[in-house]
Design a protein around this ligand. Structure first.
Ligand code: DAH
Length: 331
């Protein structure tokens, strides 16, 4: 467009029509840049002022200013009518959908993914999910689970002791203490899992971390047997890792179960240790206020990170606690 044209009636009429016809935000931007952008006739007119003779400058500048104001009125009207159309100022309904634009989406951390899947599987089996505290007393963490002071089984769980001079508190070394807390406050039958963080005084390496998530399981009722335990664990492991996965029990020892077993799963041809389990020791039931003559039950516990490890083929557990996007974005 030639600079002279901009003062014609037809230019103004066309500008008005163009702004009136604007249907979208990109359309509005385009029209604005055509009439008011740095390449527009009006703006070029302004930059040509210094080249004009002194007599012409004032009048030319005045005309340009008046034209610019008119164009700005058209622009404002077009913008307002666009905003009204959406009832939400600034919302551009004509923007392409997400599929056409690349967005950085957040996603669940791999450990959270495993925890969510675990909750789904257990909910499907009728378990309730119970929350619990990360700081525990010595009684619930150890003593009530048949681990009095100086019991060698305490050695299995290197502990951060908190000594404030009054109480004997520990950042819990496992979620098993919640077994007792739950039994004290609930009447059998019940089926629960207790997910949560636990803390151990570990020297860290690729397979040991000082804090991790455990899933504790507790089932108490009349006539609960070892085969219930095995059937439950088989269903859960297969739901989490695939229907082809097999499990086995190895004889083991935990002070709070009798008999006690170690749970392994056969994943891609290899036996891998998952966690501990067993029939609840009668003294533990008594400590929780439950009559072992009437009720029996089973318990189990494993690390959520261990499932993540197997599922995703991780080589260094510590990555799950590092904020490294290069690693996390793979899941
Ligand atoms: N508390 C054990 C640990 O942290 C895991 C465990 C073993 C939990 C046997 C249980 C159980 O409930 O019965 O290593």
């Amino acid at each position: 467009m030639m600079i002279e044209d901009i003062f014609s009636d037809s230019f103004l009429a066309k500008a008005k029509a163009d702004f009136n016809n604007v249907k979208s935000k990109p359309d509005l931007d385009k029209t604005k840049s055509m009439y008011l952008g740095s390449d527009s006739g009006v703006m070029k007119g302004f930059s040509s002022i210094p080249k004009l003779s002194a007599d012409h400058r004032a009048e030319y500048g005045k005309n340009l200013n008046s034209l610019k104001s008119k164009l700005e009125v058209y622009y404002k009207a077009a913008r307002e009518s666009l905003d009204k159309g959406t009832d939400l100022p600034g919302l551009d309904l004509s923007l392409p959908g997400l599929s056409e634009r690349s967005f950085a989406h957040g996603h669940k951390h791999p450990t959270s993914q495993v925890l969510s899947q675990t909750y789904d599987v257990f909910r499907g089996l009728g378990f309730s999910i119970v929350d619990s505290d990360e700081i525990e007393t010595d009684w619930y963490n150890f003593e009530a689970l048949n681990m009095p002071k100086d019991h060698p089984a305490r050695e299995m769980q290197d502990t951060f002791y908190v000594n404030n001079g009054k109480s004997n508190l520990v950042p819990r070394t496992h979620t098993s203490g919640t077994q007792i807390r739950f039994m004290e406050n609930n009447k059998p039958p019940f089926k629960i899992i207790v997910p949560g963080r636990v803390f151990r005084n570990e020297d860290e390496d690729a397979t040991h971390i000082w804090s991790f998530y455990q899933i504790e399981g507790l089932v108490v009722g009349e006539g609960i047997s070892m085969s219930d335990l095995k059937g439950t664990l088989l269903t859960v492991v297969q739901s989490l890792l695939g229907p082809e996965v097999d499990i086995r029990f190895r004889a083991s020892y935990f002070p709070y179960t009798e008999p006690s077993v170690e749970l392994d799963c056969k994943y891609k041809g290899k036996w891998l240790e998952l966690g501990g389990a067993g029939m609840i020791h009668p003294q533990v039931l008594i400590n929780g206020g439950i009559d072992p003559e009437k009720y029996t039950g089973f318990a189990f516990g494993w690390g959520a990170e261990r499932i993540a490890n197997i599922k995703y083929g991780l080589t260094d557990l510590r990555e799950l606690w590092r904020p490294r996007f290069v690693f996390l974005e793979q899941f």
